[in-house]
Design a protein around this ligand. Structure first.
Ligand code: ASP
Length: 359
């Protein structure tokens, strides 16, 4: 009898060892001191034929500049929150994207911007909504996180506090671009709120009409801390006062060191209704889906069937990067301490040898 129970105990121990070692294979540990950053500049009907070579180069250069700005901070041992903020700052300052300068117009002909940032280590988060005098809304989101007891401030209140904390304020005319105003004129009266990167040709002129030019970044620093941030002007012709998914923690932006960091772009209402970013994280945490499976589930089985369109970037706790979109294209790029880097805009790249799509 004693012999049998010893044998059972031995077998049990043997089996548990096996389970442990297979777990290690599924979840490769992050290399010590490794770091990485992934960004997006919006998704939508982005097709090669809609962009001149010059325009493609301009987007690629700006995305690279944003990646480099974030990467430089991580390389020096800086924290992921600072890297995310720096990368987003570059894109907010560029009229190419629908964030900061060049934000889209609402139905009243005004620009109202939303932004959020989240720290995956502490789950601290900050967001601003409906602002139009803060040069870089992502800085104000960070200020809300670091210097107030709140998570989200909107409109005037956000602007008053930002000013108090010395964040650069501008006249709302700073955000003006002819291109965005034309987009509004094209769509006004049509009861549509198009996304920002679906370009098409009208009278031989390139009109960037349905664009999701929102910008976002996710980074992991040398200590393994993840941060995510997103900034947007929202959707052209949106109703005055409309707030999208971007500043809503868990919808368009989320970070948790236990799982991943996420930034979304697309028809915000659908990302809000599916609580997209948090849903992806929860599927990884509780359902043990791989990041790729979780991302796919939310984008293609939840957002898509409801009628939503857009894309998601994800950086997981191992420093692996994933992205996907159900639109034609998405401005995107990543840079890792391993030396791997990529900037893409159009259709998805083929499967990588590891079987990770769109990585
Ligand atoms: N998600 C953004 C919003 O709905 C739009 C975008 O990503 O382009 O405000």
């Amino acid at each position: 009898m004693k012999k049998t129970s010893t044998l059972i105990l031995f077998l049990f121990l043997l089996l548990s060892c096996d389970v442990d070692s297979s777990k290690k294979e599924i979840e490769p540990a992050r290399k010590p001191n490794s770091f990485a950053i992934v960004i997006h500049g919006g998704a939508g009907g982005i097709k090669r034929e809609y962009f001149t070579q010059e325009q493609q180069d301009a987007y690629a250069e700006k995305l690279q500049e944003a990646l480099d700005a974030g990467y430089a901070i991580l390389e020096k041992g800086g924290i992921s929150l600072d890297a995310v903020q720096a990368a987003i700052n570059v894109m907010e300052d560029s009229p190419l994207f629908n964030a900061g300068k060049g934000a889209v117009y609402n139905s009243e002909g005004n620009q109202e911007m939303d932004a959020a940032i989240m720290d995956g280590k502490t789950l601290n988060a900050g967001a601003v909504a409906g602002v139009n005098h803060i040069k870089n809304p992502i800085l104000a989101a960070r200020m809300v996180m670091d210097s107030s007891e709140h998570v989200m401030l909107s409109g005037k209140g956000a602007e008053i506090l930002a000013k108090k904390f010395g964040i650069e304020m501008v006249d709302s005319s700073y955000f003006f671009t002819e291109k965005r105003l034309n987009q509004l004129r094209e769509i006004q009266g049509k009861e549509k709120t198009p996304l920002d990167h679906t370009a098409y040709l009208i009278k031989n002129e390139l009109i960037d009409d349905h664009k999701f030019g929102t910008v976002g970044a996710v980074a992991i620093d040398k200590s393994g801390n993840i941060a995510a941030g997103t900034s947007t002007g929202g959707m052209t012709n949106k109703k005055y006062g409309r707030i999208g998914d971007v500043p809503i923690i868990g919808a368009g932006t989320y970070a948790n060191n236990l799982t991943c960091g996420i930034s979304c772009t697309g028809t915000g209402e659908y990302f809000m209704r599916t609580v997209a970013a948090h849903e992806v994280s929860s599927l990884i945490k509780y359902k043990k889906l791989s990041p790729k499976e979780a991302l796919h589930e939310v984008l293609f089985n939840q957002i898509g069937p409801l009628g939503g369109e857009g894309g998601i970037i994800l950086l997981d706790k191992n420093g692996d990067i994933f992205w996907d979109f159900n639109s034609t294209g998405m401005f995107r790029g990543f840079k890792k301490s391993s030396g791997e880097t990529k900037v893409e805009m159009f259709e998805k790249s083929p499967l990588t040898p590891e079987g990770r799509t769109e990585r």
